[in-house]
Design a protein around this ligand. Structure first.
Ligand SMILES: Nc1ncnc2c1ncn2[C@@H]1O[C@H](COP(=O)(O)OP(=O)(O)O)[C@@H](O)[C@H]1O
Ligand SMILES: [Mg+2]
Length: 1016
């Protein structure tokens, strides 16, 4: 009944709502009502009764045409038991002045008019594979991209809009009709959401339909108006006119809108979609060279064909563009043909379009002018009169009497047209070599394919190079001939991908981790690289940028709008296999058959046919044989797209199922891959488990010295923790995370990283809140080391004393070891050498290999190794060379046993400095080189810098003083960049020495003097 009330309200007749309700009138019987009925139930006004009857008549039209549309719908309706998120282009079209029409016309006539209009709309939309979702009076709501996505949905919508306007204007109805069209693109939720039953249409929830309707309302009659989102996907395919920014009802902020004037006459789709120019070519040297060799051969009269195949976005068009660029100075005739996804059935489409462009026909040329231009073009190739007539016909130009009327059967006409087209190429080739580019042959119409086949047959003896590009689904019939070369374009290497990103980014800042994410997710496909990079650059902040590429909280953002449609198109072709893809996507880029089967809970036969489907369609790779097989999404972005279609709740439920399944049936995976569990727990909303797993993951990564990973995982743990209510449990969890974070940051960013300091300070503060907890030791330790590395020795010393005092008070021997070696280090730098030696000796005395083994993980370095390393320096300065050498020899040996890269790096760096102090060049060199290699491999900037400076000194000793100066400077600068200063004076000393050797003694002296008093 509410519906009736709404309907009446729309008609402005809501005063009758109650009387309709009292008489039990619902939609099903509206159509039976007569004028008398209405009068009987109390509608006295004749005007109102007429208005109601007219509206009822309109409703009937809608009901009648709705089923017809459903039949005409492009894709077989999919089972719609689940709603999903996806990007859709929505078109809203409405008749202009329909209220005026309804006032003027008899209901019967109006009904005819509306019915003709709706039929016309349905047909036009169907040609572009759109979906008529709903008739709303005289308005039509259409989706492009749902239920079936195409890679060019935005373009389809605009073309359909333009054609709809033309078709409606041409309708022979009692009144001449005009239409307005509004188009908008955005991410929406689609599917049957709120029950079913009366709401028959496939609902879309989101701002986009509303925006399309509002844009329609501001459009001038017979105009298509598009939103910014749509425009961005169109490149230069259409000529647009920007409208004044408007504020639209129900939409926040002012909205930019464009009127579409007409399709643009740009030559190539590829160029139209790259309005801002091309990215500089990366790689592809061999391919380019091969093409240029084929061109040289073709020029001599041995015609050549090059077939370029590769998946969408791999760079086929870019490669042909490179060929065109390289031939710029080489006289030739160019013929470029572009197949189009919307014209796979329109005969000779690419050829007609080529001729129209070559002749320079424009949309507002009169027929006469077009014929003149065509004649001028054909004169260049001395085309016969009969062929000219055929060409004019092919272009659907009227014959103004200049051509002979051709009296041919359709069969003959076709034959002669094809012959004329082939000889055209031969005629042109007589004047100069011809380069033919035939793009996107997978979309070719059958007639054009035949023309090209004939051309290939003739090319062999002509100075022509024909380059054909296509996706792997096209099977070119010309392979195997001697003059045909087939070329498959492969993905770019990671190095090339990085180069491409760098060129797109230019000098804008892009964090390296994001760059690596783009490299990883784009899988070496240039289109993905380009679009991901642009999306990341457009993201307003780094955080937004991380969301764009990063998986965790908001994967729906992960796929840039420009790629969404093409990826969805691949998924939609899967039909029912799509939900298996979604399950797989939730598990990850890779998944095992067993896990998938356990989570998907489908009959084995159904599952395996879905998997076969995914493999056939090129979305998955399979390794091994089910049930022992493993699967890998061929593209990370396909995985993202499949995952992104899941709504929040089903997505959460899926992750919960994965957590359960992993926990119960795959315990070994849950155990060995805590980060996997952490991710699924996070997505499943199991907060506490998630935090614990992130911590475990962080520890595990730290144990393996995978520092960047550890930091990332711990950060996620802290983020998830925020959603947990505070209390002692919360604090304990946070302390744990911070204390793993500290050493991870130290290793990743250097000892003086302020982030590490923050982690330790936060942990210490939390410990204070909790009272007597042993976690305070690592927190104090971290703070002391921070100050130590910055050369703030007094502060470092105080913290070390506090640590030792607390450790002694509480009888914690492990912590005492740490306290002693910290004090040993700070005292050594303060020049209190004997005290220093005593503390180190105490540390070594208390050290227990079993208990203190974990010190490497809690304190980033093993206490024994670092004590030995420092002692070697202290002994040397105190004048005990034998003891010094003994300690120095022991340290790396012990470090090797521990197999802990960070400890090894400390031992090596202190050792190379030790040998430098003794001016023992060979050993200084070998240890410096060892630390450089290790630090490079492990990505430890701090040790790399220190090792570099010492190696610089070695160079100076070897007589390469100028190089040495550069190397030491680089090391010192990089060292300073980690925030550390402790060794800066020492490096400056090395620099001064090298400068002296390089004949820059004055500079060297002032550098050396400057180095003196920098410690406090
Ligand atoms: N080797 C390359 N170096 C730089 N950019 C490239 C390269 N290959 C492709 N691109 C860019 O990637 C995008 C997709 O390439 P495109 O040639 O359109 O692919 P295809 O024609 O195979 O579908 C284009 O924007 C193109 O400029
Ligand atoms: Mg292309």
């Amino acid at each position: 009944m509410q519906q009736i009330a709404d309907w009446l309200e729309k008609l402005g007749l809501s005063e009758y709502a109650q009387c309709f309700a009292e008489n039990d009138i619902d939609f099903t019987i509206l159509g039976d009502l007569t004028d008398q009925d209405l009068e009987k139930i109390g509608i006295a006004s004749l005007g109102h009764r007429r208005k109601l009857l007219r509206a009822i008549a309109n409703l009937e039209t809608i009901e009648k045409s709705a089923p017809a549309v459903a039949v005409a719908a492009p894709a077989a309706p999919l089972p719609l038991d689940t709603a999903e998120r996806r990007q859709v282009t929505v078109m809203f079209a409405d008749l202009v002045g329909s209220t005026a029409l309804s006032a003027r016309m008899d209901p019967e006539d109006l009904r005819e008019v509306i019915s003709a209009y709706q039929k016309c709309a349905a047909e036009t939309v169907r040609r572009f594979d759109g979906f008529v979702a709903k008739y709303m009076g005289d308005g039509v709501l259409v989706y492009f991209g749902y239920p079936q996505a195409h890679e060019d949905d935005a373009e389809r919508a605009v073309r359909a809009g333009l054609e709809l306007i033309a078709a409606v204007a041409g309708l022979k109805t009692r009144a001449s009709l005009q239409t307005r069209v509004g188009i908008a693109t955005g991410v929406v939720v689609v599917g049957e959401l709120i029950g079913s039953g009366e709401a028959q249409e496939r609902g879309i929830v989101g701002e986009t339909p509303n925006l399309a309707a509002r844009l329609q309302a501001v459009a001038a009659p017979n105009k298509v108006v598009i939103s910014d989102g749509t425009r961005r996907l169109l490149g230069n395919l259409f000529e647009l006119q920007e409208l004044e920014a408007k504020s639209l009802k129900g939409i926040s902020g002012s909205v930019r809108a464009w009127a579409v004037l007409r399709p643009s006459s740009v030559e190539s789709r590829f160029e139209a979609l790259h309005p801002n120019g091309l990215s500089a070519l990366v790689g592809r040297e061999e391919e380019a060279e091969l093409m240029s060799r084929r061109w040289s051969r073709a020029k001599t009269g041995e015609g050549q064909v090059v077939l370029i195949s590769g998946e969408a976005g791999i760079g086929k068009s870019r490669l042909t563009a490179a060929l065109l660029e390289s031939l710029a100075g080489d006289p030739h005739t160019r013929l470029r043909y572009f197949c189009s996804p919307q014209h796979t059935d329109s005969a000779l489409y690419p050829i007609i379009a080529q001729i129209e462009r070559a002749a320079g026909l424009t949309h507002d040329d009169a027929a006469q002018a077009k014929l003149d231009k065509l004649d001028a073009l054909l004169a260049k190739s001395s085309t016969s009169a009969q062929d000219a007539a055929l060409f004019a016909e092919m272009l659907s130009l009227p014959n103004d009497g200049r051509h002979l009327a051709l009296d041919l059967s359709p069969q003959q006409r076709r034959e002669k047209t094809l012959a004329a087209l082939t000889s055209q190429v031969a005629a042109l080739a007589r004047w100069s070599p011809v380069l033919m580019i035939f793009e996107d042959a997978h979309w070719v119409d059958p007639t054009s394919l035949e023309v090209f086949s004939r051309t290939v047959d003739r090319i062999e003896a002509l100075p022509v190079l024909l380059v054909v590009t296509f996706r792997p689904e096209f099977d070119p019939p010309w392979v195997g001939r001697a003059y045909v070369t087939a070329l498959t374009i492969n993905r770019l290497t990671e190095r090339e991908a990085r180069a491409m990103i760098d060129r797109i980014v230019g000098n804008k800042p892009l964090p390296p981790s994001i760059r690596e994410d783009v490299v990883e997710r784009s899988d070496g496909i240039p289109l993905f690289i380009e679009e991901m990079t642009k999306a990341v650059l457009e993201a307003e902040s780094q955080h937004a940028a991380e969301l764009t590429v990063g998986a965790v909280p908001s994967p729906a953002l992960a796929v840039p709008a420009s790629l969404h449609a093409s990826l969805m198109a691949r998924l939609d072709r899967l039909g029912p296999a799509k939900d298996v893809a979604q399950v797989g996507a939730a598990i990850g880029r890779e998944f095992s058959h067993a896990l998938l089967a356990a989570v998907a809970r489908k009959p084995e036969s159904e599952l395996s046919s879905a998997l076969d489907r995914l493999i056939q369609s090129g979305l998955l790779f399979r390794q091994g044989v089910p049930p022992h097989a493993n699967y890998l999404f061929k593209h990370a972005l396909v995985q993202d797209a499949a995952y992104g279609t899941l709504l929040r709740e089903p997505r959460r439920a899926l992750h919960a199922r994965i957590v359960e399944t992993l926990g119960s049936e795959f315990a070994e995976i849950a155990e060995s891959q805590p980060e996997l569990m952490a991710r699924h727990c996070t997505e499943a909303g199991f907060v506490e488990e998630a935090v614990d797993y992130w911590e475990r993951a962080g520890r595990q990564a730290l144990g393996r010295s995978a520092m960047a990973e550890a930091v990332a995982q711990l950060t996620k743990g802290l983020e998830v923790l925020e959603s947990l209510s505070s209390g002692p449990e919360h604090q304990r969890r946070e302390i744990n995370l911070q204390l793993v974070m500290g050493p991870a940051l130290i290793a990743a960013k250097g000892f003086a990283s302020p982030e590490a300091m923050r982690a330790y300070a936060r942990a210490r503060e939390l410990c204070r809140g909790l009272g007597d907890v042993s976690d305070v030791f690592p927190a104090l330790y971290g703070q002391s080391v921070f100050h130590f590395q910055r050369g703030e020795l007094v502060a470092a010393n105080e913290l070390a004393q506090e640590l030792l005092r607390l450790a002694e008070e509480r009888g914690e021997v492990g912590a005492q070891v740490t306290g002693h070696r910290l004090l040993g280090a700070t005292l050594s730098q303060l020049g209190r050498l004997t005290e220093s030696r005593d503390h180190f000796t105490a540390a070594l005395g208390l050290y227990d290999p079993v208990r203190d083994r974990s010190s490497a993980f809690v304190y980033a370095v093993d206490s024994r190794v670092i004590s030995l390393s420092w002692l070697s320096h202290v002994f040397a300065v105190l004048g005990y060379p034998k003891e010094a050498a003994g300690s120095d020899g022991e340290a790396p040996a012990h470090a090797r046993e521990l197999n802990h890269p960070n400890t090894m790096a400390v031992a090596l760096v202190l050792s190379c400095m030790f040998h430098q102090l003794l001016r023992d060049t060979p050993n200084a060199r070998s240890q410096a080189e060892a630390v450089i290699a290790l630090a490079t491999e492990q990505d430890f900037p701090f040790y790399l810098a220190a090792g570099t400076a010492v190696r610089g000194w070695v160079l100076a000793e070897g007589g390469r003083a100028e190089e040495a100066v550069m190397e030491i400077r680089r090391g010192a600068v990089d060292y300073g960049a980690t925030g550390a200063q402790l060794w800066s004076p020492y490096f400056l000393g090395l620099l001064a020495e090298a400068q002296g050797k390089a004949g820059q003694a004055t500079t060297g002296l002032s550098v050396g003097l400057g180095s003196r008093c920098s410690h406090t």
